[in-house]
Design a binder for this molecule. Structure first.
Ligand SMILES: [Zn+2]
Ligand SMILES: [Zn+2]
Length: 161
């Protein structure tokens, strides 16, 4: 497969190693040469056919189709799912005691960091944790909410005690 993200090749290599399978065993299994698999695992996605890559992905439970858009590599090399939060539809919970709002302190001030994905996983009306009516816009100025504790338009904290 051309234009395959090398990251996928490395993931397949790691998955194969984790499964304690040799390249020969896996190559036989998917019907390719061990040498081709070896080069593929070093990041050269052109060495295997689309069909072989699909078999590898299925075998190790790796999702090829979404790799480029839905995951990102963290500095330590782990791959984590990226949150896909719609900017306009996902609200936050205005209840300061709700567990979706993480409390932190800066210079003696108590601040809240809303976890919008936890409070509003489906773009609904009510907080998934405490049932409070979700806020979809800044309570102070009406701007769209975004991740973070403060409105980028007016600078107000989203959650006030
Ligand atoms: Zn809540
Ligand atoms: Zn605002």
């Amino acid at each position: 497969m051309t234009n395959l993200d090398p990251e996928i090749c490395y993931q397949i290599r790691e998955a194969r190693r984790a499964a304690k399978l040799s390249q020969i065993v896996v190559a036989n299994d998917i019907g390719c040469k061990q040498s081709a698999l070896s080069m593929f695992e070093q990041g050269d996605g052109t060495k295997l056919s689309d069909e072989s890559i699909k078999k590898l992905a299925d075998k190790f439970g790796i999702d090829i189709s979404q790799k480029k858009s839905s995951v990102q590599a963290t500095p330590d090399g782990a791959v984590v799912a990226q949150r896909t939060v719609s900017e306009s539809k996902v609200g936050f919970c205005p209840n300061p005691r709700c567990p979706t709002n993480h409390i932190y302190e800066v210079e003696g001030r108590t601040l809240y960091l809303p976890d919008r994905a936890a409070a509003d996983p489906v773009g609904g009306k009510f907080c998934a944790m405490c049932g409070e009516v979700l806020m979809k816009v800044c309570p102070n100025c009406g701007a769209h909410v975004h991740d973070g504790g403060f409105c980028s338009v007016c600078g107000e904290s989203y959650i006030s005690v």
